[in-house]
Design a protein around this ligand. Sequence first.
Ligand SMILES: NC(=O)c1ccc[n+]([C@@H]2O[C@H](COP(=O)([O-])OP(=O)(O)OC[C@H]3O[C@@H](n4cnc5c(N)ncnc54)[C@H](O)[C@@H]3O)[C@@H](O)[C@H]2O)c1
Ligand SMILES: O=C(O)C(=O)C[C@]1(C(=O)O)C=C[C@@H](O)C=C1
Length: 342
Amino acid sequence: LASRGVAVHLADHDPGQARTAAALGAGTDEAPEGRVDLCVVAVPPAHVAATLADVMRRDVARGYLDVASVKGGPRRELEALGIDLTPYIGTHPMSGRERSGPLAATADLFEGRPWVLTPTRDTDTEVLNLALELVALCRAVPVVMDADAHDRAVALVSHMPHLVSSMVAARLENAEETAVRLCGQGIRDVTRIAASDPRMWIDILSANPGPVADLLSAVATDLDETVTALRALQSADDAKRREGAAGVEGVLRRGNAGQIRVPGKHGAAPTAYEVVAVLIDDQPGQLARIFADAERAGVNIEDVRIEHATGQQAGLVQLLVEPKAAPTLTAGLRERGWSIRQ
Ligand SMILES: NC(=O)c1ccc[n+]([C@@H]2O[C@H](COP(=O)([O-])OP(=O)(O)OC[C@H]3O[C@@H](n4cnc5c(N)ncnc54)[C@H](O)[C@@H]3O)[C@@H](O)[C@H]2O)c1
Ligand SMILES: O=C(O)C(=O)C[C@]1(C(=O)O)C=C[C@@H](O)C=C1
């Protein structure tokens, strides 16, 4: 917001956090002189209602919004506090990090990502417009939803997957070092969010336990069936083994069918990109050089992944590009001396 010319005043119950954010260029930690246009509350879900009630009673802004990952609970808490909710709108940007605090923040975090707005019939139109302006300034995509429908949706696409990621990562806790050192990109993808702060996630899950429990119970059924199928694969009996293989294939195919529904970059329909894999030395400036050489070849990089080679000062950079651009990029990078992996 600060880089788009908005005057941002930062406050936190830990002044050090606001000072750090201000030092990073996010705004000033000095209090505003009068009433501001919009007050954005970005505190852990359990503190949202009390924090909003406090700022709303002090009449610090024309409009108020929060960005908590759950929407139904905080709204009901505010209602119970007897606050006039017309100047308030509950929102949730669907983008985040597994790390918290100002040092983990990035200015482009919300670009192209859905930002859910949950207005009610009573929400002041001026406040809805202020929220829409905020979303546009962050280059996010507004999505209007009912608060409880939002909570059911995020149980499916965020809360249940978070727990499953934690459970997969938990298997590594006491695993042999010889096994752990073999971790590749697959397990990195599946476990990244398991590094998040448990205190924040206890808050999130406590505010949405029912829908998450229903989904995990469906996952548990899949797990039971898959275990049965795998046990059948150990059988000496041919027919049993065929049954087991069909069971395992079934879950893998249903996984394929679900995975292709995950929206691609900027929420667009998923695109099948081609991977151009480049071997690099783990040295400063390598990525910048690859990107510059891709630009020289006239190719737009849609996404990038990095795989680090265990115990070596080397890595594999996977550049995801439109299929028709892959041969141009491969030739352009080869010409400039890069080692391309097929
Ligand atoms: N991290 C994500 O991926 C993500 C994504 C979307 C939405 N959210 C939501 O955003 C909100 C903030 O999450 P975050 O990841 O930025 O966490 P964070 O820990 O980086 O920031 C929370 C801040 O709130 C402050 N705080 C805690 N209690 C407070 C209180 N009572 N009054 C004033 N300040 C208080 C903390 O000092 C901290 O600086 C949460 O509601 C979370 O559900 C997080
Ligand atoms: O990708 C991450 O690291 C996130 O934390 C993102 C994520 C998500 O599950 O999509 C997590 C919680 C937030 O409420 C919104 C976004």
